[in-house]
Design a protein around this ligand. Structure first.
Ligand code: ISL
Ligand code: CA
Length: 556
């Protein structure tokens, strides 16, 4: 079924790192407003704003102390209202980040809960320790590689936190908590929000607090991932609140498999509209995204196919604020900022991939100019709490420091969180002050200003691909069919009754000779080329990092 949120691309802003307006080194809402024309110019229909709510910023805003106010570091509620209005003028909707698995310890609910004040007493998951205070209630481990229980001296009980210890989990067995969430949803929808990206939305319901099966990643997961109680909450929020507004939801769903994702996003079940899963970004990683292994195009196509065909509608993304930069990951960032380099070609290849898959494309800030992983030299420059926790854990099990750093720099979430590179000047046009996180030295060559007027830039290519997708019903709604892989070559088609496109990608800096089958499939009219081809005369090879999109049926 057609929907407005299936039509256009979503642009994710990580406010801290987007545009600073007052020189304090931290991006803010007035900064975002000043860049709305650039955002609109890309072809953005929706902005997903990572959290700007009041927060002690332990986890960059994913630890909220007031859901209905804005953190002073980002601006005021009036600024936020202005952002919604200014975006609307440009036909852009704003999607808020809904972080409701946990709050900050500084949220008044938690402060009152610690003191057993009603009605907040059971807003969180409180438990007595085992053997008095001495042992936590169970053996679960957290997403940030710690235990999940923290002892509170005031209440003399432990509270559960699946993430950082300053992010206590809410107790969804308490109906009052769900009522609070409804209020938050209505508050933002009434202000004009276009929907919600729902943070770790599949772990809300803790069925039991029994010990979990021991696991290297997450002990206890089987007691809270995608439980029936979680589905019921989503249906309730949908029925009672979301359905009364013209909005959409995309759930970030940790550790989901396809069957679970289907249940969460099947349109008939009325829970979420789309989900973010991680499978396609872990082709070359073990233990989620932490340990490297070899990339294979074959494995990527296999995983893409599974999800493209398995779900009714996909949230298509290659980057976000928790992932590394795609050009440094599946691409090749050598020659960053330089014309004709592997960096330029592979960044454009990612644009072509993003816009030819079936689903709503999400672009993370900076992806559209091909920003790369950070260039930090040591852990001291990293701010991400996840990276530091992981380092501590690896140290405990005697990993040498060189190996720790090798792996951490491959997985650190700060890779994508460095400030947006607007220009070549000091502060990269991001700030006039001291930036909160290091700015990549490659901003001197790789920046927005260098690309904005250049028709052959990565930025211009993103715009082109976004327009191509928007102009084609087949690229938006057509079916997805895997065609073939051979070494670094990956091909699929998008088909509708009257029209078909074939997309071919060479995931290597080396020229790729096409086999007979590939040559037959690649007969058609050129729809997009990332290396400036003006026609495709059924050639016999693809250039290094080439992406080719052909219209193979329905050519008028
Ligand atoms: O990063 C992951 C997979 O590669 C997942 O484990 C998962 O995305 C993540 O840990 C959950 O992320 C979300 O909630 C966190 C917050 O720190 C992240 O920034 C947010 O996206 C806690 O709110
Ligand atoms: Ca600022």
């Amino acid at each position: 079924m057609k929907k407005w949120w299936k039509e256009g691309v979503v642009y994710q802003i990580y406010p801290r790192s987007f545009q600073d307006s007052n020189g304090d080194g931290i991006g803010d809402i007035p900064g975002i407003i000043s860049r709305l024309d650039e955002i609109a110019g890309l072809g953005t229909r929706t902005i997903w704003l990572s959290p700007v709510y009041k927060s002690p910023q332990i986890d960059n805003g994913y630890d909220i102390s007031d859901y209905c106010d804005i953190d002073p570091v980002f601006g005021t509620l009036a600024d936020m209202e202005r952002l919604i209005a200014e975006a609307k003028k440009r036909d852009i909707g704003i999607v808020m980040d809904l972080v409701i698995n946990h709050t900050s310890v500084e949220h008044p609910w938690f402060q009152k809960s610690r003191r057993r004040e009603e009605p907040y007493k059971d807003y969180y998951i409180w438990q007595k320790g085992r053997g008095g205070h001495h042992h936590p209630p169970n053996n679960w481990t957290s997403f940030f590689m710690e235990g999940v229980w923290e002892f509170d001296e005031l209440r003399e009980e432990y509270y559960l936190h699946l993430f950082h210890k300053k992010q206590p989990d809410l107790n969804y067995k308490n109906p009052l908590v769900i009522e609070e969430v409804k209020k938050i949803l209505r508050f933002w929808l009434d202000k004009g929000a276009a929907g919600f990206r729902c943070d770790v939305i599949n772990v809300l319901w803790k069925t039991s607090l029994d010990d979990g099966k021991k696991s290297l990643m997450l002990t206890g997961l089987e007691h809270y991932k995608c439980q029936e109680g979680n589905h019921a909450i989503l249906r309730q929020l949908r029925r009672e609140v979301l359905d009364n507004y013209d909005c959409f939801t995309v759930g970030e769903t940790a550790m989901v498999n396809l069957d679970e994702a289907k249940l969460l996003s099947d349109p008939g079940r009325q829970e979420l509209d789309m989900v973010f899963y991680f499978d396609h970004l872990e082709v070359d990683r073990r233990i989620a995204r932490f340990v490297p292994k070899k990339f294979r195009a074959k494995e990527l196509l296999k995983r893409l196919t599974k999800w493209q065909q398995g779900l009714e509608w996909n949230a298509v993304y290659l980057e976000n604020h928790d992932q590394v930069r795609i050009v440094s990951h599946y691409g090749d960032d050598r020659g960053a900022g330089e014309r004709g380099s592997s960096w330029e070609r592979s960044a454009k290849l990612m644009a072509a991939l993003l816009c030819t898959l079936r689903g709503t494309p999400f672009i993370f800030q900076g992806q559209e100019i091909g920003m790369t992983n950070f260039d930090f030299n040591s852990l001291d420059e990293v701010k991400d709490i996840e990276t530091h926790n992981l380092n501590r854990l690896m140290k405990k099990i005697f990993f040498p420091s060189w190996l720790r750093w090798k792996w951490l720099r491959l997985s650190s979430r700060d890779n994508s969180r460095t400030p947006f590179q607007w220009n070549a000047g000091p502060g990269a046009g991001f700030t006039t002050g001291q930036s909160w996180l290091g700015i990549n030295a490659n901003h001197k060559k790789l920046n927005y200003d260098a690309q904005r007027k250049d028709p052959a830039s990565v930025l211009s290519y993103y715009k082109k691909m976004i327009r191509l997708r928007e102009s084609s019903e087949t690229l938006k709604y057509g079916s997805f069919k895997p065609l073939l892989t051979a070494g670094s070559l990956l091909m699929f088609s998008r088909e509708s009754p009257n029209e078909a496109y074939v997309a071919a990608f060479n995931f290597s800096s080396r020229r790729k000779k096409l086999n007979g089958e590939a040559r037959v499939l690649l007969r058609g009219k050129l729809a997009a080329s990332n290396i400036g081809r003006t026609e495709w005369a059924a050639g016999d090879s693809l250039e290094g990092w080439e992406a080719l999109v052909l219209q193979v049926r329905g050519v008028s």
